[in-house]
Design a protein around this ligand. Structure first.
Ligand SMILES: NC(=O)c1ccc[n+]([C@@H]2O[C@H](COP(=O)([O-])OP(=O)(O)OC[C@H]3O[C@@H](n4cnc5c(N)ncnc54)[C@H](OP(=O)(O)O)[C@@H]3O)[C@@H](O)[C@H]2O)c1
Length: 281
């Protein structure tokens, strides 16, 4: 059974979704990428994360093709750039994203990272979009604990439904204070780059990870991905442009690592013992 994550409004979504960064950039991969996203939906990975930034809208256009006639099956997340975070700009950016995605609503709309616009102004725009039904809920991305505290003190800031941040075996800094903060507020974290972009030799060549992959009869990537969602508080959005990878990632959502095995991973990839400034990609 795929682990589920509860959003603050009670909506439950699977702990593994699908990222789309770089999708749509290479015409020769387009067919496979669309097939991969569709396979993911079939496998229950129905949270799809995209952004206006990705390929300057190309990823959103590709997602449109992948979800055609399947909009209702998908939990669609997109992001507004900080350069579009002023009130009217958010409303216009959202319209453009909806157009590219071929839908009239987003399930979640995130501020991609903090810029110069006061948080209160962006939040007011998000609330307006919610009011008119163009988004169901909103959240933020790349916010450290002090940013979240600030957001909590802004009018309607507590309506934030998630914070999308970097999290994988080689980037565990958020365990020190950001994850506990989110647990206390019951706002789930969305982990980006959960596979450390797929090419981190530190993970791929690690003896303990390789031993666990053998023991559970899965791939090294599946161990790394399963690890990100063990707490039940984190939703992970690996990007996979190949259907075979998507199927593996869906299986990782069912994998439960034993306490002893989690301890082995802690030894290889130690959790933080003091504050680590939020890492970003
Ligand atoms: N909010 C932000 O600032 C932010 C920043 C970065 C990323 N993100 C979001 O998070 C998503 C994930 O991050 P990411 O794409 O940078 O990195 P990632 O998901 O950690 O890694 C993607 C890489 O892993 C490979 N892969 C996927 N599944 C695999 C498997 N089962 N076995 C082996 N390799 C596998 C993919 O290959 P194939 O494509 O060939 O399958 C791809 O090369 C993004 O796509 C984006 O939606 C958000």
């Amino acid at each position: 059974m795929m682990k589920m994550i509860k959003l603050p409004d009670g909506t439950e979504i699977p702990a593994i979704g699908q990222g789309t960064w770089n999708m749509g950039d290479d015409e020769s991969r387009r067919h496979d990428e669309i097939q991969a996203l569709r396979t993911g939906i079939d496998q229950g990975l129905f949270v799809i994360d995209t952004a206006e930034m990705y390929g300057k809208g190309r990823s959103e256009c590709l997602v449109r093709e992948a979800i055609i006639n399947r909009r209702d099956e998908v939990f669609l997340v997109s992001k507004v750039l900080p350069s579009n975070a002023a009130y009217e700009d958010v409303l216009e950016a959202c319209n453009r994203s909806l157009e590219r995605l071929g839908t009239d609503y987003l399930d979640m709309y995130l501020l991609h990272w903090r810029g110069a616009v006061p948080l209160a102004e962006t939040v007011a725009a998000f609330e307006q979009l919610k009011e008119v039904g163009k988004i169901k809920r909103w959240g933020v991305s790349n916010f450290d604990t002090d940013d979240m505290e600030e957001l909590w003190n802004v009018e309607n800031g507590k309506n934030c439904a998630t914070n999308q941040v970097l999290y994988n075996l080689t980037a565990r800094g958020i365990e020190y204070d950001l994850i506990p903060w989110h647990q206390e507020k019951r706002v789930p974290i969305m982990a980006y780059c959960p596979l450390a972009q797929g090419d981190r030799q530190e993970i791929l060549q690690n003896g303990a990870v390789r031993d666990l992959a053998k023991k559970y009869e899965v791939s090294v990537s599946q161990i790394a991905l399963a690890w990100t969602v063990q707490t039940g508080q984190v939703l992970s959005i690996p990007k996979a442009g190949q259907a075979a990878h998507v199927i593996e990632n869906a299986e990782a959502g069912n994998l439960i690592l034993s306490k002893e095995d989690l301890a082995k991973l802690n030894k290889e990839f130690p959790p933080p013992t003091s504050k680590v400034p939020l890492e970003v990609v």
